[in-house]
Design a protein around this ligand. Structure first.
Ligand code: NAD
Length: 497
């Protein structure tokens, strides 16, 4: 239970000092042009802070500093156990500032305060601490070569890495990128989404305080189309790690080819199937079917947006899911009782409303919600919404809406459920609900996604890799496997005299 009330959080928000400058070479600095752009609070539509609007010249300065820091070896050749200590100290400092950081994230992103305090900030601390603690337990290899030779297979840092992240989980996605890339010895330039830069700027200062050498972490707020593109095309950046939409991910692969073939790892969109068999625990499955799509207002890459239900229980199950949807009606993000906050901005709210119209036009039926609400607040709120009678060829079943809209389909056999689930360009996540382990495992194995739950949704933690099949991406965040995205394999072959 949170012990602070909405009034407590509001008065803390009124006192909050917000840092909107970029973080370059170990200090906060204005953009070289002096330009700023406002970031708004999606909960009430009001301006929160002015943020540095970094451009190409800031990027070049940051790359130069990051390269110099890498070449100095102060971080890249620091003993892993010493790098570990810096990352663990950083995690401790973030934990010390947990309330302030959670509040900042809630104000900047519109996430409910109960989520930022219970999920986003603790997950960030755990990711950084875990990656730090892991890095001095990873061994390189000596292969079985002939007796008069010795070969070493080492994993070496890529060099300078750019990390570009989206607005839906700004803090935890940032941690998923920074923790393994820094742990493996790289210098990193982070570009947060232009509308949610505040938490990354906040934790950058704490990294310095924890002992991260200057230039090893640079944070540049600014637009994707110019600043992000410049980083992706940069000839002196060795690796690019990206989380965001599939269309932008495709552009980044092209930029890599047009420039220096920088290693490019992508975590992209999804349209995840959630398959429910009649023999499952329907009460639990209904609660999670609602949570899977309405959590974070549906602005979640892994959202279970396609609910695929065994036909013989469909009517009863939809009543149960609709009942659960009532607990996801949006509210003020600073209220600890709020489960779902606003959409990130007016544009995203309109996109959701447009898809509701598209679904109706395609012949699906809204059986819950379907409208924008709380317009008086100045924020961008949309009801949880459920479409029944959806065909998998419809746009509302194929396209990522990124809002609280559930499309419900039905199946008669396990084979049909698998076929519908796999009929998508995406392959990020999914789940199957059945008390028959044979059915559950057969379906879980056949659905082509990076993470599949059996009798749960959103399962996983820092110990397991996360990423997509198909057009959901090619990289893996989290776990030891994430270290591979930030390192090159190097062989040294030694002839023994
Ligand atoms: P987006 O692709 O529009 O933007 C993501 C980032 O890329 C932002 O920082 C943006 O400024 C930058 N960008 C935009 N155009 C660019 C360009 N031409 N060159 C370089 N950078 C550019 O995505 P979004 O709307 O911020 O986020 C929502 C998307 O992210 C959804 O598709 C969602 O599924 C996806 N996502 C995926 C994961 C995952 O782990 N697979 C996690 C969260 C979000």
């Amino acid at each position: 239970m949170l012990d602070k009330t909405m009034t407590d959080w509001q008065s803390q928000a009124d006192q909050l000092k917000i840092e909107g400058r970029a973080f370059i070479n170990g200090r906060y600095a204005d953009a070289l042009s002096g330009q700023t752009r406002p970031t708004n609070n999606p909960g009430n539509g009001r301006k929160l802070a002015d943020v540095a609007l970094c451009g190409i010249e800031d990027a070049d300065l940051a790359v130069e500093g990051a390269r110099a820091a890498f070449e100095s070896g102060d971080w890249s050749r620091m003993a892993p156990m010493d790098r570990k200590m810096v990352l663990v100290r950083w995690a401790e400092l973030i934990e010390k500032h947990a309330d302030e950081l959670a509040l900042l994230e809630t104000l900047d992103v519109g996430k409910p305060i109960s989520d930022t305090t219970n999920v986003d900030v603790p997950a960030t601390v755990r990711t950084i601490r875990w990656s730090g603690e892991a890095i001095d337990k990873v061994y390189d290899e000596i292969p079985p070569t002939p007796a008069d030779t010795l070969a070493l297979i080492q994993r070496l840092p890529l060099g300078v890495v750019a990390a570009i992240v989206p607005w839906n989980f700004p803090l935890s996605t940032t941690a998923w990128k920074l923790a393994p890339s820094l742990a493996t010895g790289n210098s990193v330039i982070l570009k947060p989404a232009s509308n949610t830069p505040l938490s990354a700027l906040f934790i950058a200062g704490l990294a310095s305080e924890a002992g991260l050498p200057d230039g090893v972490l640079q944070v540049l707020p600014g637009p994707g189309g110019s600043l992000g593109r410049h980083l992706a095309l940069h000839m002196d950046i060795d690796g690019l790690t990206f989380t965001g939409s599939t269309p932008v991910g495709k552009m980044l692969m092209e930029y890599s080819g047009q420039s220096n073939l920088k290693r490019t790892f992508l975590e992209l969109g999804g349209k995840s199937p959630n398959i429910v068999f009649a023999d499952s625990n329907l009460e639990k499955a209904a609660g999670m079917a609602a949570a899977a799509v309405f959590y974070n207002g549906g602005q979640t890459c892994t959202a279970g947006t396609r609910l695929i239900v065994e036909e013989k229980i469909q009517d009863k199950f939809l009543e149960m899911v609709s009942e659960c949807a009532k607990s996801w009606m949006p509210g003020n993000p600073l209220d600890p009782a709020t489960a779902m906050g606003p959409m990130i901005d007016a544009g995203q709210c309109k996109t959701v409303a447009d898809y509701v119209d598209i679904g109706r036009g395609e012949g699906a039926e809204i059986i819950f919600g379907g409208s924008q609400v709380m317009q008086d607040s100045g924020g961008y709120y949309h009801e949880p919404s459920i479409f029944s009678g959806v065909d998998n060829a419809m746009r509302i079943a194929q396209e990522e809406i990124f809002g609280p809209v559930l499309s419900v389909l039905s199946f008669k056999t396990a084979e049909e459920a698998i076929r519908i689930a796999n009929d998508s360009i995406y392959g990020l996540a999914g789940a199957v609900w059945s008390n028959n382990i044979n059915t559950a495992h057969k379906v879980a194995e056949a659905v082509r996604v990076g993470t599949m739950g059996i009798n749960n949704y959103f399962g996983g933690d820092i110990t397991v890799p996360f990423g997509g099949f198909k057009q959901s991406g090619n990289g893996r965040d989290k776990s030891i496997h994430a270290f591979h995205d930030y390192t090159e394999l190097k062989t040294t072959w030694i002839e023994l005299m």
